[in-house]
Design a protein around this ligand. Structure first.
Ligand code: FMN
Length: 369
């Protein structure tokens, strides 16, 4: 009987362990949390196909603009409906009544640094539903890095680019628009890759991940912006770092890192989950609050205070804590196990410098820096 109970306990433990590691595996890297948004409209699916290719190549959230009135055939009768919508906007571009109603697009634009607008061309202009979206949301896109993709049958896109500039007067353009037409459509994948490499997208360095392993459990943390966190990441590229930390003050575990990082101390109230540098060479992981002068290093994501207390072994001493850039902190250096992994490459396969911007391949995934 005892053996049976023991077996059941072992199976139950394995199931718990499996579900935890499953969550871990599903946890998206922080670059997936939506720094880049693709907004598209498509009537006959050409733009939808382009967006499908685009999102194979970069990590981005995607929203679709849809006309409020369903079932309209914009191409019927020699494009009569599309033509009159475009004429209405062209004649009165400042009048909200000129823009056809669109369905609510449930997106918080403030979350994004980069917005890629993908639209068909209608009578040389930007398709009317996308013009509606930009007319109503342009103010929220001020200061965002915006990129444009236009699909036409054959017409040149310069007037559509002009529409985008009129509707988004305060956008920061990431580069030239991508023009896909019926002559080059079959090379969409290549054209998108080449175009991405030319776009100056916003850096998302503050969303770089670090993994923390304590007693066989690994949690994801995001690294802070700043030189200290950057240098910690550089140090971790050589392999995981294991430190011995002890509980203190009822709010943290802390101890020496074994090396120094540059300080940019500021008075702050550290919150549960925060990771900070203390006096240049100590690391503190918080399960409670404390006000002091620290340099931010990062933040453990997604755990409640109770979960943090358990994970960080609150109250205990001499806790072995491993910091790593990978979820599998076995101590095996990735650089030596698999040539090239762990490095960052440009799309044409050259190793990227730390200053390289745009689309790079990082840990096998395309990422915008
Ligand atoms: C109302 C309307 C007007 C169009 N006007 C033009 C045009 O002036 N020049 C052109 O090359 N293509 C024109 N097209 C074709 C579209 O730009 C082209 O097929 C585009 O790839 C469609 O994208 P979609 O399939 O995502 O809707 C027009 C299409 C529609 C529906």
């Amino acid at each position: 009987m005892n053996t049976l109970i023991n077996r059941l306990l072992v199976i139950a433990t394995m199931l718990v362990a499996c579900s935890c590691s499953g969550d871990e595996a599903n946890a998206q890297p922080a670059t997936d949390t939506g720094k880049t948004l693709v907004v598209y409209y498509s009537f006959t699916n050409n733009v939808r196909t382009i967006v499908g290719e685009l999102t194979k190549q970069i990590t981005a959230d995607v929203v679709e603009v849809q006309p409020a009135e369903e079932g309209l055939d914009y191409a019927a009768n020699n494009y009569a409906i599309g033509s009159s919508l475009i004429a209405g906007i062209r004649n009165n571009p400042d009048d909200p009544a000129s823009y056809p109603a669109i369905k609510d697009v449930a997106v918080d634009l403030t979350k994004y640094d980069n917005i890629i607008v993908a639209t068909p061309l209608w009578w040389s202009q930007m398709a009317a539903p996308m013009q509606s979206f930009l007319f109503h949301n342009g103010a929220q896109m001020a200061g965002k890095r915006v990129a444009l993709i236009v699909s036409s049958a054959s017409s040149n896109i310069s007037s559509t680019v002009a529409d985008a500039r009129r509707l988004l007067p305060e956008a920061e353009w990431a580069g030239e628009a991508l023009w896909i037409n019926n002559n080059n459509r079959s090379r969409t994948a290549t054209l998108v890759a080449e175009w991405l490499a030319t776009q100056d997208f916003q850096t998302a360095t503050h969303t770089m991940n670090m993994y923390i392993t304590i007693s066989g459990t690994t949690q994801r943390a995001t690294l802070a912006a700043g030189t200290a966190a950057q240098q910690l990441a550089t140090r971790l590229q050589d392999g995981p770092v294991t430190v011995t930390l002890s509980s203190s003050g009822g709010f943290e575990i802390w101890g020496p890192l074994g090396f120094s990082l540059p300080t940019s101390n500021r008075q702050m109230t550290a919150q549960p989950g925060d990771i900070v540098l203390y006096e240049g060479s100590n690391i503190c992981l918080f399960y409670g609050q404390n006000s002091w002068s620290y340099t931010p290093l990062g933040r453990i994501e997604g755990l409640s205070t109770d979960e943090l207390r358990t994970f960080l072994r609150a109250g205990e001493r001499n806790i072995s804590v491993t910091l790593s850039l990978t979820e599998d902190a076995t101590g095996i250096s990735r650089a030596t196990t698999l040539q090239g992994e762990g490095n960052t490459y440009t799309l044409d396969g050259r190793e990227a410098t730390a200053q390289a911007r745009g689309v790079v391949i990082e840990n096998g995934r395309k990422t915008i820096r």
